[in-house]
Structures are given as C-alpha cells and as structure tokens.
Design a protein around this ligand. Structure first.
Ligand SMILES: C[S@@+](CC[C@H](N)C(=O)[O-])C[C@H]1O[C@@H](n2cnc3c(N)ncnc32)[C@H](O)[C@@H]1O
Length: 288
C-alpha cells in the first residue's frame, strides 16, 4: 500500500490541474460505485437520510466513528454486518481494511457522525482509497449544529439577531492559538458561533473571551448529545457557562452555541412573509 500521506499528496496534486470528472457527471445524493462515506446524523437513527439507511442496510462491512454513532442505529439497520469502530485506528490500518473488503467483493460503507464535511477527516481516507483504486463518494448527513438548533426549537440564523453562522472549534492539539477565531466571531455580534470539539474546553474558551473584553452576558447554550435519549441542555452566559457545565459533568459530545439565537428573543418577522410575499411578482429568489 502507498504511504497514506503520499497518496493524499498525489491525489491533491492531480486536482491542481484537473477537476474530478465525476463532479460534472454526478449529483450529490446519487448512488455510485465504490465506498460511500455516509453522514450518520447526530445520533437518532431517524435522522439518517433515506439513502444512507438503504446503503447501511445493504452493507457487509460498516466502519463507523465509534461512540458518536448511536449503537441503536447500528443495531436497527445493520445488526448482521461486520461492524468496526475507527476509534484508535490510523489510516495505515483503516485503508487496507476497507480496500481489501471492497476488492473481495464485500459491500463496504464508512459511517461518520453528523455530516462528514464537518470535522470529519473523510477526505484523507477517500484520497488514500482512491489512490489504491477504490472509488469513493459522499452521502451527506445532519450535522450536530442542526440537531442542536432543533433541540432548542430555534434557527441558527434569525432575522434581526443573527445573520451568519460559524462552525468552529477551539484551540488545542489540532488548532494553534492564533487559528482560534471564536473571539472574532463573537465580536461580530450577529454571528451564531457553533463550537464543535470544545466541550472539555468551555471554561478555558470563556476565560479567553472574558480576558479579551467580550460581554460577560453574551448567551452561551450547550446541547449535549442532541437527538439522543439522554440529550440535555445547559444554559448560561460567557461568565457562567463554565461552572454550570462543570456541575453538569459533560466533558465531550456537546455542541456549544454562542449567541442570542439560542434564546429566540428580540427577533423580527422576516421580509419573506411580509412585504416580499405581498409584492405581487414572481421572482425566483427568496429566503426560505
Ligand atoms: C469529530 S466532530 C464530528 C462532527 C460531525 N461530523 C457533525 O457533523 O456533527 C465531534 C464533535 O461534534 C459534536 N457532536 C457530534 N454529535 C453531537 C451531538 N449529537 N450533540 C452535540 N454535539 C455533537 C461535538 O462537539 C463533538 O465533539
């Protein structure tokens, strides 16, 4: 097997001169040959897409993202398949596992939590497999920020409150302090900042925001295990959420939402169901 990093570099190099022809030939959602990288959604088996479910049901080998993929989903949809958690496995182990199964005629699916496009590390696996001659494709899923907004019965964009959404993560092993932009998003005022991979670091993140002079009363809402049976919500502010979260005892598997959209107050009715609806023309573009 080619060294995974070399394979990734080689596949990326090809893309600098030539666009993948499948981009024009295929639509997202279309079944293709090869190994599908499927978004399992946030946890509730009902939040897997119809296509994702059909593919999982037909699989002989399901490689999944461990504890963030609800075992209920695996039991319901692929109890008879071989199930392998990717936790603790590097590319050197994962790629031959999937390649060999595929080449031996088995139906292989790769299940990522939420949507593979958000902190999923899917592309490196896809590139390494493609380099080995195994085709791959993506089947999108519901990212946890969307499940968390449904939990809170709100919108991440809310007229008059939040015009933008940032999907981000705090500094740590992967991100250098200078690449942590949470403070900048909060500073903008009309951004709903969705912090992934930051449950364990909420107190530190809030301390940095306070040290940088951000409003201590800025709302912060933490949604633990959105869509799971033990889903929970911890509410607070930049000043209080660290302590409240520590008291609740959650150190992982939560989405941290900074901004007023979670509170659903102070928003304005939208133009879409006001003046725009009444203007009597048939323009095709509108907010939806
Ligand atoms: C490696 S990232 C994967 C994100 C995933 N690809 C997605 O689209 O949701 C894992 C992080 O996603 C968030 N997460 C995943 N599932 C969640 C859930 N059901 N509820 C809240 N947060 C979740 C947590 O912040 C967790 O640390």
């Amino acid at each position: 097997m080619t060294d995974p990093q070399e394979a990734i570099d080689a596949e990326a190099a090809v893309r600098t001169t030539k666009r993948d022809s499948r981009i024009e030939e295929r639509t997202a959602g279309e079944r293709q040959d090869g190994i599908p990288f499927i978004g399992a959604g946030p946890g509730d088996p009902g939040l897997l897409t119809v296509t994702g479910k059909q593919l999982v049901e037909a699989a002989d080998l399901v490689v999944h993202a461990g504890s963030l993929v609800n075992s209920e989903l695996l039991e319901e949809y692929c109890a008879d398949a071989e199930q392998v958690s990717s936790i603790g496995k590097d590319l050197e182990e994962l790629i031959p596992l999937m390649r060999d199964a595929y080449e031996n005629g088995r139906t292989v699916v790769r299940l990522h939590s939420g949507d593979p496009a958000i902190y999923g590390a899917a592309l490196e696996q896809m590139d390494a497999l493609e380099h080995e001659g195994v085709p791959t494709y993506l089947v999108p899923g519901v990212t946890s920020a969307f499940a968390a907004s449904a939990t809170l019965r709100t919108q991440l964009t809310l007229n008059g409150v939040s015009n933008h959404v940032a999907f981000t993560r705090p500094q740590g092993k992967t991100l250098e302090p200078e690449d942590d932009h949470i403070g900048e998003f909060v500073e903008m005022g009309d951004v709903t900042t969705c912090v992934y991979l930051g449950t364990h670091a909420v107190a530190d993140t809030m301390d940095r925001l306070l040290a940088d002079g951000h409003d201590p009363d800025t709302p912060v809402t933490v949604v633990y295990h959105a869509s799971w049976p033990d889903e929970d919500i911890v509410e607070g502010t930049v000043a209080t959420i660290g302590e409240r979260l520590e008291a609740a005892g959650y150190r992982a598997s939560a989405l941290v939402i900074i901004g007023a959209a979670a509170q659903k107050t102070g928003y304005e009715r939208s133009y879409l169901y006001g003046d725009w609806a009444n203007r009597g023309t048939n323009e095709s573009e509108a907010d939806d």
